[in-house]
Design a binder for this molecule. Structure first.
Ligand code: SF4
Ligand code: SF4
Length: 390
């Protein structure tokens, strides 16, 4: 197992995500025997970072993972969990759950945190995160009357949190704004990062922002929910021709090994076979060569049929509506690939009418300035149509 220093710790570069543990039936409870075997084997093979959250496996993951790890000496494993603020709201001094948890009672931020410690059977979390900082959870996490961050900093002071961070599905500017709002507060950030989302979700901007600020990156969705482990046959053939011995997952993990700011790559492993393959991949540092990076770029372009915006922003200067054109193009690429909104719904919900593609006048002033000759009004028109049909 490869390790990287994190302050005074040595963290395994492969981390165990605990939201895709094996279950009884398709959506049943955790298959305790199989899941226990996977976690124990990961630990014995040197994995020391274990990530869970309040609602993984319907709330079962935290307690289960804590119980399995408790057989090993505390201090030889690091447990991460998350405050579910993205599923909560705070109105008129009242805290509540929303979404599929709407109606469930919640007393306070403190009661959730204490419940998590108790469920996990620990006195402290090694790593604790605000869950999913994004455009729609931003106001919740920055509400000073509620004081989520203030409360967690108090817990850190009291020794119940060793390292504080957040996970984010928000866009790079939202992450940057949050880091500015709480300077010198967060020690690590967890983002969705893989070679496809490098372009599709503009993960490159998030990574570069964090790397520029010296904040270690914890990676989630390294194989994009498994889709990068099973590519379209023509894309797979391209990669196999270059490295016949390698699996598709190996390409995804080696891409991440090429990014020095990556601290831990979380993989949600459901089978022992996945774990064994990941252990093999993380036993040697084998970053991509420049030629291999170029090949992956071709695969991404083929896979996603991307509008090739380079985010130079020349077009923005000409737009009478002040539209953030590269941001809209990046969102269009994502929707087009996913055939749906996915996590973009967070961003879209927080946008005003005047920021949406429907605000485009079709004047074409932007197009004349685009060095990539992108038919911008046409792309925004298609984006608008896609939004109307969702
Ligand atoms: S076509 Fe739309 S995006 Fe382009 S400059 Fe005109 S209003 Fe702005
Ligand atoms: S000018 Fe073209 S390439 Fe540059 S940001 Fe605008 S759309 Fe993208």
């Amino acid at each position: 197992m490869l390790y990287k220093p994190f302050q005074d710790l040595k963290l395994s570069t492969l981390g165990m995500g605990n939201m895709r543990l094996p279950t009884v039936g398709e959506r049943g409870p955790i298959d305790q025997e199989k899941a226990r075997a996977i976690i124990e084997h990961a630990y014995h093979q040197g994995v020391n970072y274990f990530d869970t959250a309040y609602r993984y496996h319907g709330g079962e993951s935290e307690g289960f993972v804590g119980k399995v790890l408790s057989q090993f000496p505390r201090g030889t494993w690091y447990l991460a969990s998350k405050m579910p603020g993205h599923m909560m709201n705070y109105k008129d001094g009242k805290l509540g759950f929303q979404g599929y948890l709407a109606g469930e009672e919640v007393k306070s931020i403190a009661s959730i945190f204490e419940e998590q410690l108790e469920k996990c059977g620990v006195d402290y979390f090694d790593f604790y995160l605000l869950h999913n900082l994004c455009e729609t959870s931003y106001d919740f996490y920055t509400n000073e009357e509620l004081g989520v961050v203030r409360y967690l900093l108090e817990q850190k002071e009291a020794g119940k949190i060793r390292h504080l961070g957040f996970s984010a599905h928000g866009r790079a500017d939202t992450i940057g704004k949050f880091l500015d709002h709480y300077p010198d507060t967060f020690e690590f950030v967890q983002i969705q990062l893989n070679y496809l989302d490098w372009e599709l979700q503009d993960a490159k901007s998030k990574y570069r922002l964090l790397e520029g600020r010296g904040i270690p990156v914890i990676v989630m969705e390294p194989v994009r929910g498994g889709s990068l482990a099973n590519l379209r046959p023509d894309c797979q053939q391209l990669l196999e021709a270059a490295r016949p011995e390698d699996s598709m997952a190996a390409w995804a993990f080696r891409f991440l090994q090429s990014l020095p700011g990556v601290q831990v790559v979380l993989s949600g492993m459901t089978t022992m076979e996945q774990l064994e393959e990941n252990l093999r991949l993380f036993s040697q540092d084998d970053p991509l060569t420049d030629d291999e990076k170029a090949l992956l770029q071709k695969v991404v372009a083929d896979l996603a049929d991307l509008v090739p915006c380079t985010v130079c922003r020349y077009c923005c200067e000409a737009c009478p509506q002040g539209l953030d054109i590269p941001k809209l193009i990046s969102m269009y690429n994502e929707i087009n690939y996913n055939k749906g909104l996915g996590s973009l719904s967070f961003t879209l919900n927080a946008m005003e009418e005047k920021e949406l593609p429907s605000a485009c006048l079709g004047c074409g002033a932007c197009e004349k300035l685009c060095p990539q000759s992108i038919a911008i009004p046409e792309v925004l028109g298609k984006f608008n149509k896609a939004l109307q049909s969702t």
